[in-house]
Design a protein around this ligand. Structure first.
Ligand SMILES: [Zn+2]
Length: 198
């Protein structure tokens, strides 16, 4: 990862990234190569995994134990993940396990698009006209996007049919409530699996 990309991705200033990287480097979580590329150390990788796992477990707790909906949990999980003790985290892990998908359909660590395509999954932006699909997962880093998808009737497990991939890069889909048209940024965030035998 290069620092400029981090700043863009996190929507913070370049100096803020420089400061944070300095601390992460001092504490042994990242190293910065001669090429300027920032890499996680083994300790950094381990810590990143544990942070992601904590977020994942809290999301699953909120939906699987407390029945909250996938579009409601983002802020709650962001707050709680800084508050849980290691003992409580261990309890959650014991109860829920590490293997399941979160309510947005994602595993603990993000998978690469190549890995997902190999499993036969496709983004809505690339989906085939006329074909029926089931929504498998949503890109979940942007809560506004999640609310937008929810208000358009799109969520994990939803069945839909692709009506047309349009010239302006939008895609028209058929849902139980009728036809919806999604722009490229939203369509790209939705992963699908083709439904067979229909
Ligand atoms: Zn999630």
């Amino acid at each position: 990862m290069i620092p400029a990309l981090l700043a863009h991705w996190l929507e913070v200033s370049a100096p803020a990234v420089t400061m944070a990287l300095k601390r992460l480097k001092r504490d042994g979580f990242v190293e910065v190569g001669a090429d300027g590329i920032v890499r996680l150390t083994a300790t950094g990788r381990e810590t990143a995994y544990r942070t992601a796992l904590r977020h994942h477990l809290i999301e699953r707790m909120l939906t699987e134990i407390f029945g909250m909906e996938w579009h409601e949990i983002h802020e709650e999980a962001e707050r709680l993940e800084h508050a849980v003790s290691p003992a409580f985290e261990a309890k959650l892990k014991e109860k829920l396990g590490e293997g399941g998908a979160c309510p947005h359909g994602n595993q603990v660590l993000p998978e690469s698009p190549a890995q997902r395509k190999q499993r036969g999954e496709t983004q809505l932006s690339d989906a085939v006209e006329g074909q029926r699909y089931t929504v498998i997962s949503l890109h979940e880093r942007d809560p506004k996007l999640l609310l937008f998808l929810h208000s358009n009737g799109i969520g994990p497990g939803q069945s839909l049919r692709v009506v047309s991939q349009n010239y302006d890069k939008t895609v028209s889909i058929e849902l139980p409530a009728g036809i919806s048209i999604l722009g490229h940024p939203a369509a790209e965030a939705v992963w699908l699996r083709p439904e067979t035998g229909r």
